[in-house]
Design a protein around this ligand. Sequence first.
Ligand SMILES: NC(=O)c1ccc[n+]([C@@H]2O[C@H](COP(=O)([O-])OP(=O)(O)OC[C@H]3O[C@@H](n4cnc5c(N)ncnc54)[C@H](OP(=O)(O)O)[C@@H]3O)[C@@H](O)[C@H]2O)c1
Length: 253
Amino acid sequence: MRLNGKTVLLTGASSGIGYECAQRLAEKGCRLILIARRGEILKQLISQLPAYSEPHIYYSADLSSEADIRNVCQKIISANIPVDILFLNAGVGTGKYSSFEIDYDKVLYTFKVNFFSIVLFVKYFLPVLKKQRQSMIAVNGSIAGYRGLPASASYSSSKAALMNFIESLRIDLWNTNIKCVLISPGFVKTPLIANNKFFMPFLMSVDKAAKIIVRGMEKEKPEISFPFWFVLIAKVARLLPHNFYAKIMYGRR
Ligand SMILES: NC(=O)c1ccc[n+]([C@@H]2O[C@H](COP(=O)([O-])OP(=O)(O)OC[C@H]3O[C@@H](n4cnc5c(N)ncnc54)[C@H](OP(=O)(O)O)[C@@H]3O)[C@@H](O)[C@H]2O)c1
């Protein structure tokens, strides 16, 4: 897909992967609609981006709130902004999470941001995407969604739900103009993982991650997963028998 001239709605653009991808996409000639809670950061980011005939815009919204999402989607749709790419990147981590002390509200919040916000954006924008010549839904999952990880029952399951959601969408939209892209990063150096106390193998810079993501979007890859060796290990681990997998992961809680 030629990114030049495309309008991209990007969530979670105020930090980390989203912030970096916003810069790369603008350099590629995309017009951006940026969304996050911290509007001041988005405003400042826009002031630094290369500008085109149509200005980049931003909306401040809390993606754990259905009302906020509906409100922002309606504003964009009623302004007739021709969104070509939905890049649903915003997400929250949970750090180490004890399955012995399940905090339902925290799990619900994680699912609202990491999963249900994506369902809502897709619901509202599918009719818009259908009208474009070439369009894309790209969601930011995680290698953590491949298989349940230790002390990650909340985050892992929210990303697993997202993986299956985009996989089902890809089938249902197969014969349409809409490409479905799953982004599956390993550890990327952003504020999301800054407080992790455990060892993070194959940790990657956010700059490199953004380059890989934008290149993958241009190539319309169904899955943009990285770094290579971590993905390989994680995909092989998917083949392990359940009890064997649980036993070797037990020590990593
Ligand atoms: N970093 C990693 O190692 C890693 C690995 C695999 C997958 N990922 C995924 O990559 C995506 C981006 O993560 P990141 O590492 O770039 O994290 P980050 O630096 O913490 O950025 C998260 C972004 O999501 C937005 N966000 C969070 N909660 C929100 C809410 N309730 N409403 C609106 N926006 C919200 C934040 O904006 P505001 O705070 O301004 O609202 C921020 O822009 C996430 O989906 C994450 O799960 C990250």
